[in-house]
Design a protein around this ligand. Sequence first.
Ligand code: AMP
Length: 145
Amino acid sequence: MSLDGTYDDGNIFAKILRGEMPAARVFEDEHVYAFMDVFPQGRGHTLVIPKHSTARNFLDEEPERVAVLFQGVQRVAKAVRAAFNPDGLTIMQFNGAPAGQTVYHLHVHIIPRWEGVPLGRHAGGAMADMDELKDLAEQIAAKIS
Ligand code: AMP
């Protein structure tokens, strides 16, 4: 899918927001919802999405919603750091299939990084165990401030 197009409310993140698909929820407020990535590129890989948005990508989003989304991203990123004490954090966001995007509801990746551990494959590899993801989600949730 290119940068242009219409929002499909059948996408997997829209289903998660409607409660039609399970997710290991980390945090939500009135603007954002954070949950564990099921194909993690590293331990603690978390996604943050806007709750009331039909933006497929960053360019689609209303400017005032970008601000609240990234306030949520920063809040969750600080909790990820507090939970796992990583050496670094990769925060990334893909726009359009040629750039690597696979789900067309705007989202931001937060991936804890450790010295010498390469970033895992994007949107592939092994599906994580949901109980383990829920445990990681609880550890992050406990550090949200
Ligand atoms: P992107 O490729 O940037 O669009 O990112 C989509 C992300 O969603 C990938 O990292 C996938 O591993 C992840 N993903 C796909 N399906 C699910 C799901 N049901 N729950 C959580 N994460 C998912």
